[in-house]
Design a protein around this ligand. Structure first.
Ligand SMILES: Nc1ncnc2c1ncn2[C@@H]1O[C@H](COP(=O)(O)OP(=O)(O)OP(=O)(O)O)[C@@H](O)[C@H]1O
Length: 309
């Protein structure tokens, strides 16, 4: 759906985004992670047509994002910036009405779009409240609703949960899951890394303008430390299982714990599934076989040097 090829943005001699290439497929929730100043907002602005790239190309459904295709591209993108103003003398309904007018909807279309969107972001009971009186979480949800007015396929959300309390973040996550179900493709940046691993299908880590890691959440979790830890629980026959595992070439270590066996496995995900099959074929009574995921926070610390600013 979105293809980024060798994208670079220079401010003077400084490369804020340095030759990045990425592909994001329809229906993905792509988490864009990076320390402060890594180049996330700059990349988002280039995708959203708000900033011209120094070099490189971006394609949305095969259409190149450039000044000739602005209207077409913008009709397919909803961009929620990290900083946004809301008009303080407007009520929630009026705010949505204003943006629906800009999007060119007639009266009856507007009424139904606004009703549906306020329901989606759980602000129906605030429709007559002044925007200024809303909590930060509510303002962010209102801004998200605004980005959805023209029904874009691709949503670009720059830290949509920043500054929210835990309950408000959970609520935002639920809305994003709902949007995924509706078929939207979502690119989201955040510093709240563990949350991204629950929500996202894919992750790209950017540092100093360069992509340092990119792949599905499962792949990234799995390959981050060159080996993954798998916990195996068997019904009796623990010794037989341990003997079997010690013969396996991709297993680096086997540790016997009270209730389970923990192995360090250096194969790819496909090889994990082959291992499960071999253990079962050996008639070992397995109750559970569970890869222990690395925390995304650990992975982030491992792949970034922390000198982004
Ligand atoms: N208009 C500008 N002129 C000069 N430098 C800029 C400009 N905008 C951004 N930069 C620099 O480009 C780099 C990338 O900035 P960007 O805002 O894209 O980072 P970010 O990953 O979104 O950071 P944060 O998480 O803090 O929002 C930073 O070093 C920033 O100072």
């Amino acid at each position: 759906m979105l293809k980024i090829e060798n994208l670079t943005k220079k401010y003077g001699k400084f490369k804020a985004v340095d030759n990045i290439s990425l592909e994001i497929n329809e229906g993905e929730i792509f988490g864009f992670v990076g320390p402060n100043g890594a180049g996330k907002t700059t990349t988002f602005k280039m995708i959203s047509t708000l900033l011209k790239a120094t070099s490189g190309n971006i394609y949305l459904d095969g259409t190149e994002i450039n000044h000739k295709n602005l209207k077409k591209v913008r009709s397919n993108i909803g961009y929620m910036p990290d900083f946004f103003g809301v008009y303080d003398k407007l009520k929630v309904n009026e705010y949505m009405d204003f943006y629906s007018d800009i999007a060119g909807f007639n009266r009856s279309e507007k009424v139904s779009i606004i009703k549906d969107l306020l329901e989606l972001v759980d602000l129906t009971n605030k429709k007559n409240a002044y925007v200024d009186s809303l909590s930060r979480g509510m303002k962010q949800r209102l801004c998200l609703a605004r980005c959805l007015i023209h029904n874009p396929k691709l949503l670009i959300l720059d830290e949509p949960a920043s500054g929210m309390d835990p309950r408000a973040r959970v609520q935002m996550k639920e809305i994003l899951r709902e949007l995924k179900k509706m078929g939207k493709t979502i690119i989201i940046s955040s510093h709240i890394l563990p949350e991204l691993s629950e929500l996202c299908t894919n992750i790209g880590i950017i540092e100093g303008g360069k992509i340092v890691v990119n792949g599905s959440v499962e792949e990234i979790m799995h390959r981050a430390k060159g080996a993954s830890v798998i916990r195996i629980e068997v019904l009796g026959e623990k010794e037989k299982c341990i003997r079997f595992l010690k013969e396996e070439p991709l297993i680096k270590s086997v540790i016997e714990e009270e209730r389970y066996i923990e192995i360090e496995f250096s194969g790819e995900l496909k090889e994990v599934s082959n291992l499960v099959k071999r253990v079962l074929d050996a008639n070992i009574p397995v109750i559970s076989f569970k890869p222990i995921e690395n925390n995304l926070e650990d992975i982030f610390m491992e792949v970034t040097r922390g000198d982004g600013e």
